[in-house]
Design a protein around this ligand. Structure first.
Ligand code: PBG
Ligand code: ZN
Length: 318
């Protein structure tokens, strides 16, 4: 008889044949930075995650450093919005200040910035509106301005998340022309129009005020299209390809892993976090175990890097 159970007999043999391991080296921790003073607001639908103003964020960063988490992904919440999101390229904007603050006080922490507009536009869309839709090419110009402003402030890596076509080529050229030849780009290559973003939009105050994002984010039904989009980002020079959300899209993560010679990242998004937290709070699941199993499944699917709100909790358990 074929006996596959022989190699499951004890924890020691299971350790020896274990194929996938989670490591703190894999983790990126997202941070919400709000413009203003004395702000430390818990996000109701994301227990344990807060919006901080810069003067209150040191405790959080100390923890990230102590846990040896290599990188943070910054999201800004500005005090004023307009229809273009012009605060995004203000060299003294909330994110630019945050980058300088972190670089000065935590020089060893790797800083990745999310480049988008939805937290900064009065209409909540990820770019400039023309004719009731986001105008791709007009938005590209502003993506370049925002990226350069982040790089000038000291960002280590740029992560454009708006799903505009031509973004990676545009950002690469803009960075290169400004002397940032060595600043890598993490492409939100395959970003689906997903209901799993709900809690984030509360957290970042970025819900669209009309319509939805289905003219720029991908249809959840599509797998071939994911390859097409990743192929373009790869060709345009993305250094890392990302899939978002993670758990419902493990097949896409594996497709990218098998087809591209680039590190693959996935974004374990707010709704995935909220579901586990809510069920655990009710005593319906073992939150810690489900968290570890979920993140492990992302690695098994092929993710080299996981962006997750669980980063601190996971790091404590590893
Ligand atoms: C938008 C953006 C989104 C997230 C990060 N940046 C999604 C959206 O609102 O469409 C979601 C992250 C999460 O849910 O954790 N540029
Ligand atoms: Zn956006």
């Amino acid at each position: 008889m074929f006996r596959t159970r022989r190699l499951r007999k004890t924890e020691n043999i299971r350790r020896l044949v274990r194929e996938t391991k989670l490591s703190v080296d894999d983790l990126i921790y997202p941070l919400f930075i709000e413009e203003g003073k004395d702000i430390e607001t818990e996000i109701v639908s994301m227990p344990g995650i807060k919006r901080f103003s810069l003067d209150r964020i040191s405790k959080e960063l100390d923890e990230v450093i102590a846990l040896n988490i290599p990188a943070v992904l910054l999201f800004g919440i500005p005090s004023k919005k307009d229809d273009e999101g012009s605060e995004t390229w203000n060299d003294n904007g909330v994110i630019q200040q945050a980058i300088r603050f972190i670089k000065k006080n935590y020089p060893n922490l790797y800083i990745i910035t999310d480049v988008c507009f939805c937290e900064y536009t009065s209409h909540g869309h990820c770019g400039i509106i023309y004719d009731n839709d986001v105008d791709n090419d007009a938005t590209l110009v502003n993506i370049a301005k925002q990226s350069i402003s982040h790089a000038k402030a000291g960002a280590d890596m740029i992560a454009p998340s708006g799903m505009m076509d031509g973004t990676i080529a545009m950002v690469r050229e803009a960075l290169d022309n400004s002397g940032f030849l060595d600043t890598p780009i993490m492409a939100y290559s395959v970003k689906y129009a997903s209901a799993y973003y709900g809690p984030f939009r509360d957290a970042a105050d970025s819900a669209p005020s009309f319509g939805d994002r289905r003219t720029y984010q991908m249809d959840a039904a599509n797998r071939d299209e994911a390859m097409r989009k990743a192929t373009f980002d790869d060709a345009e020079g993305a250094d890392i390809l990302m899939v978002k959300p993670a758990l419902s899209y493990l097949d896409i993560i594996r497709d990218l892993k098998n087809n591209f010679d680039r590190p693959i990242a996935c974004y374990n998004v707010s709704g995935e976090y909220a579901m586990i937290k809510a069920a655990a709070k009710n005593g319906w699941i073992d939150g810690e175990k489900v968290m570890m199993e979920s993140l492990l499944s992302m690695k098994r699917a092929g993710a080299d890097i996981i962006i997750t709100y669980f980063a601190k909790e996971v790091a404590k358990l590893l």
